[in-house]
Every structure is written in C-alpha cells, then in structure tokens.
Design a protein around this ligand. Structure first.
Ligand code: CTP
Length: 403
C-alpha cells in the first residue's frame, strides 16, 4: 500500500517531448491506488493523445474551457478540478508554462486549474539544457518555489536535441517516489511507532478444535492503515483473520492464542510510542490441551478453563512514555464499566462500543464508539465506517498526546 492510495491526483501535462512518459506516470499513480485525472495544455496533445491518458486514468481528459462538441457545449470546470485534487503534479513543466504560472497568466485550462487549486502543487521541469539554465527559467523556479510549489528537479542525460546536460524530466518512478517521500516527511506521526492488536484469539482444545470469537479484525486493520497514513511505523499483532494488509511501514505479526499475543505484544511494547489494543482476546483458555483429537465417548463433556493474562492491564502496569488505548465492548452500564476499565488498566484512552447500538461491534464494516479520556472527558461519535472511526481515533490520540 502506498501513501498515495485513495488520493485524488491531478496530472497537468504541458508541451514537451517528455509528455510521452506521462502514460507511465499515470499507470504508476493508478497502481499506487490513486484516482487520477489529467488536464493538458492544447499544444501537449501533439506529444501524447488524450485518448491514451483517458484510457489509462479511466477519466475524461480536458484541455480547453469547453468540450469540442458544439451542439452540447459544456464548460470544463477548472475550479471543481482544482478542488477535487489532493495534489496537483505538472509534468512535464515547460519553460513557457512555468513562466506563466510564475506571473499569474491564465490563458488555458491547465493554468486556470493551477490558480484554483488549493492542494500541494509539484512541478517537474523538462527542457533543453540551455533553456534550463536561462536566467528567466531560474527566476521561474525561484518564484514558483516561493509560492509554495515543490520542484522535482530535472536530471542530467541525453536530451531530445541530442545535447547532453541537465533538463531531462525526472523518470516517472522517481517522480512517484519523490512525492511519496515528500508527503511522508510532513506527516504528523513521522518517526513514531504504533503497536496495534487486532482480531480474535483461538484457544486450542485439541489439535482440531478451539474456542474463538466472531471478531473480524477489521477495526484493528483500519487503525493500522490510519496510523500509517499519518506517517507512523506500525507493528500489527493479529489473531487469525481473513484480512490481508501489505505495506512497507506495517510489520504484520500473526499469532493464534492469547498467550502468543501476550508474548508478541510485550516483545515490542518498549520500542513503541502508542499502543492500541483492539483485539478480542479470549478471557479464558482450556487448562489442559489434548494432544490427540478428543473422541465423543461420554454423554456430557466439560472443559476446565483458566484465565488468560490480561495483556492490556499488564501493559498499563509497566507503561512509561507510551500512550495506551484499550477497547471496551459492553452490553449494560456501558459508560460506568468503560470508565472502570480505563482506571483499572491505567489507560490514556478507552474506546467504548455498546452492543446495544445498531451497527456497532463485531463483523460489520461500521462502528459507533464513544471515547473516554484519562481525564474522563466523554466524546460520543455517530455511526461511521470503521475506516472513519480509525481516523477519529488517531486524531483523538494526537490531540491528547501531541497537541
Ligand atoms: N484485553 C487484553 N487481554 C485480555 C483481555 C482483554 O488485552 N486477556 C483487552 C482488549 O484488547 C480490550 C480490553 O482489554 O482492549 C477490554 O477487553 P474486555 O474483554 O472488554 O474487558 P475485560 O477487561 O476482559 O472485562 P470483561 O470481559 O469482564 O468485560
């Protein structure tokens, strides 16, 4: 999973020969999970066709203020495009377009969109080496950077003119990596490590049977995604689930039983800044586990259970700098019980779900939660998707810990 996943990326293409590389750039953005729209200057269509770009981006490509169909003329709304974008990348950026951007000229759709965009803007210049060195071009770079735009510098190499020097547009892979790094560096949890437990635990009875629960793990996995999207490194300790998650910032540690989850959690706790325990850990486990499959020999059958170790409580007892978050799933006296757990387990924050609320709890893709802080501030949330709940939770942690 890339940090660009789910982002709306607007690609602006201007009339340089490097425009032919933007087909690859669109593909890389799509592969990273982004939504892509393309806006072109009219002259750039001589270098790459809108059809190629609309096919790859799966969106219409615009290059003029109205569409070309005289009978059904429609205005291509640059304001909407600019506001849609989470980030705008102009690649290749010619000397001409950069000069216009620097001076506020607005004589095509791309420039109007640039002036309307509120999101971060990146530009990747491409031109011949003498143009790249010209004082007016250098002045455009300076002004555009002063306006807050981010330049992805051209590289050196053989240019379309046959000359060798600086002016080649950065390669699409390098543009994507540059933007990903730039976004990551600015994220609020950059350099922080978050431990998350998720899913159920399975407590073995014999080699084929276990005691488990209906936890799907969705809530914990969404928290992992939300934390990574804020720049954190994540250790996700997960009981058995059907979910998969692959990201270079997430270390996924699969465990089965409460005892394995306890060990894995303690192994990592010292090195983390935040620990969020969302797993539905079994409270009891069979005292004796049979090595062989138990036969149905008797009319009744009972299993002796013993308590598992409470992972959350054990972390509350040893925590130093760590911000510790627990979950409470309650059916009655919800607030009172959750407050009791917050104190008994020495937490900074507890997330209460009530099974009395429709759409809350196990399995589904929604949840309705109430946050209770260590100063007993109670913050109730509406029914939301688990992804939104995860984002709310990370915001709440940042408000309490890093505000
Ligand atoms: N938890 C844990 N280890 C356990 C049991 C629970 O870390 N052995 C954690 C859960 O991950 C959750 C919190 O404790 O964050 C609350 O679990 P819950 O079962 O609701 O509360 P309990 O303290 O076990 O109390 P009870 O079951 O009596 O409500």
């Amino acid at each position: 999973m890339s940090i660009l996943s789910g982002k709306n990326i607007l690609l602006g293409i201007t009339a340089g020969i490097a425009a032919y590389k933007t087909a690859g750039l669109v593909r890389l953005f799509i592969k990273a999970g982004a939504n892509v729209k393309v806006v072109m200057t009219p002259a750039s269509k001589d270098f790459i066709t809108p059809l190629t770009l609309s096919t790859l981006s799966k969106n219409p490509v615009h290059s003029s203020f109205t569409n070309d169909d005289d009978d059904n003329a429609m205005w291509n709304n640059h304001v909407e495009l600019g506001l849609w974008a989470d980030l705008f990348i102009i690649a290749p950026a010619t000397a001409n377009t950069m000069s216009k951007m620097a001076n506020g000229t607005c004589d095509n759709l791309l420039l109007a969109t640039y002036l309307s965009a509120k999101c971060p803007v990146y530009f990747a210049p491409a031109m011949d080496l003498d143009m790249y060195k010209h004082s007016s071009t250098l002045e455009s770079f300076r002004i555009l950077r002063a306006y807050g735009n981010v330049m992805i510098p051209a590289t050196s190499g053989e240019l379309a003119s046959g000359l060798v020097g600086e002016g080649r547009m950065a390669e699409p892979e390098d543009i994507v990596a540059f933007i990903e790094n730039d976004i990551l560096e600015q994220l609020p949890l950059r350099g922080k490590k978050v431990l998350i437990t998720a899913g159920p635990t399975y407590e073995a009875i014999d080699p084929v049977r276990f005691i488990g629960n209906h936890s799907s793990g969705k809530m914990g996995y969404e928290i992992a995604k939300a934390a990574v999207n804020l720049g954190a490194e994540v250790v996700l300790i997960s009981g058995p689930t059907h979910l998969s998650l692959s990201h270079n910032m997430i270390e996924l540690i699969p465990v089965t039983s409460a005892s394995e989850m306890y060990d894995a959690t303690h192994l990592h706790f010292n090195s983390v800044d935040i620990a969020i325990l969302s797993a539905a850990v079994a409270d009891y486990t069979p005292k004796y586990v049979s090595n062989t499959k138990i036969k149905k020999a008797t009319a009744t059958f009972s299993i002796e259970l013993e308590k598992t170790k409470d992972i959350l409580k054990s972390l509350g007892a040893i925590k130093k700098h760590q911000f510790l978050v627990g979950f409470a799933l309650e059916t009655n006296n919800e607030l009172e019980n959750a407050k009791g757990k917050l104190q008994a387990k020495n937490l900074n924050l507890i997330v209460l779900n009530s099974l009395n609320d429709k759409g809350a709890g196990f399995g589904g893709s929604t949840n309705k939660v109430t946050f209770i802080t260590d100063t007993e501030v109670v913050i109730e949330h509406q029914l939301k998707s688990k992804s939104e709940v995860a984002q709310d939770l990370m915001q709440q942690i940042m408000t309490q810990q890093y505000a």
